[in-house]
Write a protein that binds this ligand. Structure first.
Ligand code: ADP
Ligand code: MG
Length: 230
């Protein structure tokens, strides 16, 4: 099982992404080259050029760091963990950033432990990615409601924001590699999250209503806490 997880991870990095990455890096590189030529020709009259060049460089940097994080040899330790604890750690991690944007993170948890079997760091990465998106969607501040609960045989983590919401077409593009609507976005966060959740035999549902907000539900198989299989 562990081997499977590692192999599929490697496979998707190599196969699905290589072409996409090259493409995504070539675009800002081409524009950087163009700007540099303009500067060297001495014909540059645009004062904004440095800013644009800097943001293109930042974009390349973000893409490369995210790719590095993926390819870094990680310890894929599979454990039974309480989802509530993983979420509490995540909220602690993101609270400062939320406050900065005038956003309150409100989390509600079931009384009983929400056991899941998986790689804790990866699950935490998923929670971080989704909550960060929620924060980035709420430019005017507000509240992000997080709920962790058991439903049937699934542990569900619901993250509801008060952002502008998105239409069906955009909703269907979410999670596609490099789909981003942000200046400094990479469009990799959700793709990685979908892949991780899929590797854990879970699924992610997304709903959105224009003017109301967006809700993501991460569903993972509930695992009996006492039943540790090695
Ligand atoms: P990034 O955040 O780098 O753009 P993601 O894969 O995390 O990449 O997200 C892809 C896109 O999905 C975002 O650029 C945004 O358009 C859309 N999106 C994701 N989450 C939300 C949300 N909570 N509200 C509105 N749009 C969202
Ligand atoms: Mg993101």
């Amino acid at each position: 099982n562990e081997e499977l997880l590692i192999n599929s991870e490697k496979l998707y990095v190599a196969g699905q992404l290589a072409a996409g990455i090259a493409h995504e890096i070539r675009n800002p590189l081409t524009s950087l080259k163009g700007f540099l030529q303009l500067i060297m020709s001495g014909k540059n009259t645009n004062q904004n050029i440095q800013d644009i060049m800097k943001s293109e460089l930042n974009r390349i940097e973000s893409i490369v760091s995210e790719m590095l994080m993926l390819s870094k040899p990680q310890v894929y330790e599979l454990n039974i963990k309480d989802t509530r604890q993983i979420m509490k750690d995540t909220v602690t991690l993101l609270e400062a950033q939320a406050i900065l944007y005038d956003i309150e993170l409100e989390a509600e948890y079931d009384e009983e432990a929400l056991w899941i079997y998986g790689v804790e760091n990866q699950i935490k990465q998923v929670f971080i990615n989704v909550i960060k998106n929620a924060i980035e969607a709420m430019m005017d501040g507000g509240k992000i409601k997080i709920r962790c609960f058991l439903e049937g045989h699934e542990v569900k983590v619901q993250i509801r924001d008060q952002g502008p919401g998105i239409n069906k077409e955009m909703l269907s593009k979410m999670g596609q590699p490099f789909y981003t609507t942000k200046d400094k976005g990479t469009g990799l966060g959700l793709m990685i999250s979908y892949k991780i959740v899929d590797n854990h035999q879970g699924r992610i549902e997304a709903n959105s209503e224009i003017g109301i907000g967006t809700t993501l539900i991460i569903a993972l198989p509930y695992t009996e806490g006492g039943e540790i299989k090695v």
